[in-house]
Design a protein around this ligand. Structure first.
Ligand SMILES: Cc1ncc(COP(=O)(O)O)c(C=O)c1O
Length: 389
């Protein structure tokens, strides 16, 4: 099972981003972790090996990424998967038929699709609640509840869950607290410090940051929970391939630099949009008008580049999406390049329309993933796309 190098945890975030989990390679001293393209490892004799038997179980490139992200999250063990969804699916295999999970009502559409269309058929039960309100989460707990799963900030409504309150409710009910930290990244938010038992990511997004791979990662601290996840990782086999691991590892080396600029751009563009359309139409936790701005400031060090904008109607939204030139109309987020999307028809199309309406994901709601281009160019691009609105 992959475990962080304890000495890595003493370093600051930037040093950890660049070095944690990686040591010069013994053959030539290559400064960068090599890409171990192998499915198996030669054994010295029966039962005698160098700690590596078969690459579904362990791969040195993947291990470096797992140690690196575990160190960034302040955890002890990392498990890299073939996608964010593969990661969540494997986490859910910790549970068994009849178990109940309290899940945020506004989560990535693929998360509720996995739960409602696949895992319910295996006997898992889910209750969706608005995780902005801890008492609603507490009310949803049952004797069978084994986990609370929250995304914070949520995709795309930027709801904030109070992590300390979530942990207290989970602990009271003997349940795990599972946090999707994809939007905030460990640079801005460290759920393990609030007691989260499992933190996971779509590494496809900010951790990799270059929109050139698909991946997921889970980080845990507790050794026995890690052993159970390790068993699932190998037995179910949704593991990250070495090249995707290598790309993500290259990505995390600049996570702190990229996140700073995403945050600068996000704040500037959100403030400009609030002036342009009125602050009630702009959803960004960094704006003082965000209803949970104070909580966001308390548990996050920054807010990043994700902004949602309510343009009122699908026609208005479509006009903007079709006119942008620097922003690209595409699914996904968190890359160095700016993307724009319409959650109701794209990332959250699989969410039942009544739930979408309850959450507030209307057909006029667009989501911006502000990249790290010059913010002036991004605003000029949006301005020309808004022309006539
Ligand atoms: C917040 C969040 N979690 C999980 C996922 C799923 O990750 P992946 O697309 O890597 O499977 C996504 C994908 O958009 C996401 O936005």
């Amino acid at each position: 099972m992959t475990r962080v190098f304890d000495e890595d945890l003493d370093a600051g975030f930037a040093t950890r981003a660049i070095h944690a989990g990686q040591r010069p390679e013994p053959l030539a001293g290559a400064i960068m972790t090599p890409l171990y393209l192998t499915s198996t490892y030669v054994q010295d004799g029966l039962g005698k090996n160098k700690g590596y038997e078969y690459a579904r179980g362990k791969n040195p490139t993947r291990e470096a990424l797992e140690r690196n992200v575990a160190a960034l999250e302040g955890g002890r063990h990392g498990f890299a998967f073939a996608s964010g969804m593969g990661c969540l699916d494997s986490i859910m295999k910790l549970f068994r038929s009849g178990d109940h999970i309290v899940c945020g009502e506004n989560v990535y559409g693929g998360t509720s699709r996995l739960f409602d269309r696949i895992l319910v058929n295996l006997g898992l039960r889910f209750t969706y609640v608005d995780t902005r309100y801890p008492d609603r989460v507490a009310d949803a707990m049952t004797p069978d509840t084994k986990a609370i799963l929250v995304e914070t900030p949520t995709n795309p409504m930027m709801w904030i869950a109070d992590l300390a309150a979530m942990k207290a409710i989970a602990a009271q009910g003997n349940a795990l607290l599972i946090v999707d930290n994809t939007f905030a990244t460990p640079y801005f938010q460290q759920p393990i410090a609030y007691g989260a038992d499992i933190v996971y990511h779509s590494t496809t997004k900010y951790l990799n940051g270059h929109s050139d791979m698909i991946g997921g990662i889970a980080v845990v601290t507790d050794d026995s929970l890690a052993e159970r996840l390790q068993f699932i990782h190998n037995a179910a086999g949704a593991v990250a391939g070495p090249f995707d691991s290598w790309l993500a590892l290259r990505g995390t080396k600049t996570l702190h630099l990229r996140m700073r600029q995403h945050d600068v751009n996000g704040r500037q563009i959100a403030a400009w949009l609030a002036k342009r359309f009125g602050e009630e139409r702009i959803i960004y936790p960094g704006l003082p008008s965000h209803p949970q701005h104070e909580l966001a400031c308390r548990q996050m060090k920054g807010f990043g580049g994700m902004i949602s904008v309510d343009l009122g109607t699908r026609e208005r939204a479509a006009r903007v999406l079709e006119r942008v030139k620097v922003f690209a109309l595409a699914e996904s987020l968190g890359g160095v390049e700016s993307l724009i999307s319409l959650p109701a028809m794209m990332t959250h199309a699989s969410v039942p329309p009544e739930r979408r309406a309850r959450i507030g994901i209307g057909e006029g709601l667009i989501r911006l993933s502000c990249g790290v281009e010059d913010p002036e160019d991004l605003m000029a691009d949006l301005e020309q796309a808004f022309d006539g609105l």
